[in-house]
Design a protein. Structure first.
Length: 405
């Protein structure tokens, strides 16, 4: 293990912890709340809520539930995280090199570079990153990384094996503070002891992380790009009754069942589908959470106009093989989406701000080609397709300039 961190190198301390300091219990369900009838929520169009970053001669603070307000003597130089939305945030803020870990680096990093390929000067060296979940989430791994900040939700950590309140406190004081929010992904129920847990949308969460790195200007510039993109899309959407039915699903490895996900429920895992307002073909399905499993018969009964294959642009799945298996199935071949060649690769639900911009554009084209232009042909392993400049829904050069300046 690392030393006692009494040296001047340890510059970060959690100044207050929200009511969730009584850490106990196990993970709750991923229950969600009903969404608006038009497939959007106020969070999709409103400017992110204002946050106050306090800066003094001694440093600065950032605030996020459930960690509370955290004080920093300086901008973190080393960062530990689990899920790639935080890595994407760090890249967007110009601090990607500080991140040391991410869930399945090859899958996450390759997918992110598929998007970054279109941003001059932006890339990710994922091969240097470790997988924080490779052998279970362990305190020993965190000591090995010895990071200045952990962009990870302490409430979520308490649901992992061999973690309790004392371990959470030890890491926060001996290594670096926690700063993450997991359950906003689905508006799921946090563990017992977190009664004051708050939910954020993706861009509010990004704003809080920006305060950690003292990158408010970069954040606000990227948030403006996002707001313009969402307003551009939503201002042109057809009436609800004229929108396509769609599913976001993943065909299982055995080819017999589908992992299915709602489109329009709250949570930042749906930040790329909810603003698009398509009709969820499984809106009436209650899976006790954001996702469930269905068989071919149920999928054929729903018969979506558009099939968005989650993870389809990651190296873990082949959209070509998926289409072939659907076409070779007696039931799958009857799906309207298959018959009309509207089975598309989708991105990752673990999306940060840059990924969100591309995935919003991708979904808009896949769902509403007559309005936003056709989605180009995509080959497994390729980068995000080249979109003609006149058909792009956001300015790549502007995003690149913000990230690299």
């Amino acid at each position: 293990m690392a030393d006692d961190h009494s040296s001047t190198r340890r510059r970060f301390v959690a100044s207050s912890i929200a009511a969730g300091t009584a850490l106990a219990g196990c993970a709750g369900s991923d229950a969600t709340e009903p969404d608006g009838s038009d497939g959007s929520t106020p969070d999709d169009t409103a400017q992110p809520r204002t946050r106050t970053e306090t800066t003094t001669d001694a440093g600065h603070t950032a605030t996020l539930s459930p960690a509370g307000t955290v004080s920093f003597d300086a901008v973190p130089e080393t960062v530990f995280t689990v899920y790639p939305q935080y890595l994407d945030m760090a890249v967007a803020l110009g601090h990607g090199d500080a991140v040391q870990s991410v869930y399945v680096p090859e899958m996450s990093g390759t997918t992110m570079n598929h998007y970054y390929h279109h941003l001059d000067g932006v890339s990710l060296d994922w091969e240097r990153l470790s997988d924080p979940l490779a052998d279970g989430f362990s305190k020993e791994r965190l000591y090995t990384h010895d990071a200045d900040v952990h962009l990870t939700d302490p409430a979520w950590v308490t649901t992992q094996d061999n973690w309790d309140a004392d371990d959470i406190e030890e890491v926060a004081t001996q290594l670096g503070p926690w700063f993450g929010n997991f359950y906003s992904g689905t508006h799921g129920q946090p563990p017992e002891g977190y009664d004051d847990y708050q939910y954020y949308d993706l861009w509010e969460l990004f704003g809080a992380v920006a305060d950690v790195f003292r990158e408010r200007e970069r954040y606000e510039a990227l948030a403006a790009v996002h707001t313009d993109l969402v307003e551009r899309i939503q201002s042109q959407l057809p009436p609800v009754e004229d929108r396509p039915t769609a599913v976001r699903a993943t065909l299982s490895g055995d080819g017999e069942t589908f992992w299915t996900y709602h489109l329009n429920e709250p949570g930042y895992w749906l930040a790329d589908t909810r603003p698009l307002g398509a009709t969820d073909a499984f809106a009436d399905q209650d899976w006790g959470g954001l996702w469930g499993t269905v068989d071919y018969e149920t999928m054929l009964e729903a018969d979506p106009d558009v099939f968005l294959h989650l993870w389809g642009m990651t190296p873990d799945y082949s959209i070509t093989d998926t289409r072939t298996r659907l076409e070779d199935s007696a039931s799958g071949s009857q799906l309207s989406a298959v018959e009309n060649d509207r089975v598309y690769p989708a991105g990752m639900r673990y999306q940060g701000p840059i990924m969100n911009l591309f995935q919003l554009e991708m979904g808009a084209k896949q769902l509403y080609p007559e309005i936003f232009g056709e989605w180009p042909a995509y080959t497994d392993g390729d980068h995000y397709p080249e979109i003609p400049e006149g058909e792009r829904l956001f300015d790549r050069q502007r995003v690149a300039e913000i990230v690299t300046r």
